[in-house]
Design a protein around this ligand. Structure first.
Ligand code: ADP
Ligand code: NI
Length: 229
């Protein structure tokens, strides 16, 4: 390889690392102070789980890392409408001179990543999107998933559990979005369903232990609750 060509590739790699670093700083600043389970460390875990899944499943690592980093900046829960959040991501990608083509691939993932209800079908199409969605879902499961759920419930003023309420599942995004269920209900409307809503075999393997842990947690929770009778 000529020195010029080698130089071109080195510049390209340096540029890639710089873009990831700058985006990391941008996301850290945006999510600073979040106490709903969507703070920087959630992003860090999703980024690293995505990389781990990509090692086995393939896919474009740059798109996967960028979508992992940016996936919650545009979350519908934090803005009046979806477009406001997506425009923040678009503006950032424009500022750091990411091509239109790559920007649209990243946006497409962020738009379709979210779980929208027990009876609502997932729309994610690309391998990169499937991987980031799996990583995000794995972080909603297991001990970390349990912790995030009660953090979220507290932040949004939901009660922990109400034995007088039946389990509620939702057949539309609007219903899911507007429900004010308990944190324990969130296990039934989402968390326990996730193992069957994963895309890749690699994620399905990682999910087994996390799913089983949530079952153990719920059993212990009800055992303690019912021992009061
Ligand atoms: P997604 O990553 O599919 O968009 P969310 O951001 O809605 O999912 O949820 C991420 C995590 O936040 C959930 O897995 C859960 O821990 C918590 N969470 C979201 N909605 C609720 C809720 N209604 N009650 C309790 N926890 C919730
Ligand atoms: Ni997330």
């Amino acid at each position: 390889m000529s020195p010029q060509i080698a130089g071109f590739f080195i510049r390209k790699i340096m540029n890639r690392d710089q873009v990831i670093n700058d985006t990391t700083e941008f996301v850290k600043a945006k999510l600073k102070g979040d106490s709903s389970g969507h703070d920087w460390w959630h992003i860090y875990r999703v980024q690293n789980l995505s990389k781990k899944i990509q090692e086995k499943e393939g896919g474009d690592l740059f798109i996967i890392e960028m979508a992992s980093l940016l996936h919650d900046v545009a979350d519908w829960k934090f803005y009046e409408n979806e477009e406001t959040g997506l425009n923040i991501v678009r503006d950032w990608l424009l500022k750091i001179e990411i091509s239109n083509d790559i920007t649209e691939k990243i946006i497409e993932i962020i738009k379709n990543i979210s779980y929208k209800g027990a009876g609502v079908k997932d729309q994610i199409k690309t391998l990169e999107g499937k991987i980031v969605q799996d990583a995000d879902r794995l972080d909603a499961m297991g001990a970390i998933g349990v912790a995030r759920t009660f953090a979220f419930g507290g932040k949004f003023g939901n009660s922990m559990h109400n034995p007088e309420k039946d389990v509620q599942l939702h057949n539309s995004f609007a219903e899911y979005k507007n429900s004010k269920g308990t944190s324990i209900n969130h296990f039934y409307e989402k968390l326990l369903l996730l193992k069957d809503r994963l895309n890749t075999e690699t994620a399905k393997d990682i999910a087994i232990e996390r799913h089983n842990y949530m079952e153990v947690f719920l059993k212990q929770f009800y055992d303690e609750w019912n021992s009061l009778k």
